[in-house]
Write a new protein. Sequence first.
Length: 46
Amino acid sequence: MGHELTHRYSHVEAGLVENVVIRRTADTDAYPSGWKYTLHWGRCKI
């Protein structure tokens, strides 16, 4: 099953990090919408 990278975004400010990745996928039971995404929001170590 392939995942086509659609969008990737990272932003760091005031010791916080935000990472977003969105991929188009095949319409399966695991991804019935046809989209796979991840979000990370937290503190970054400097």
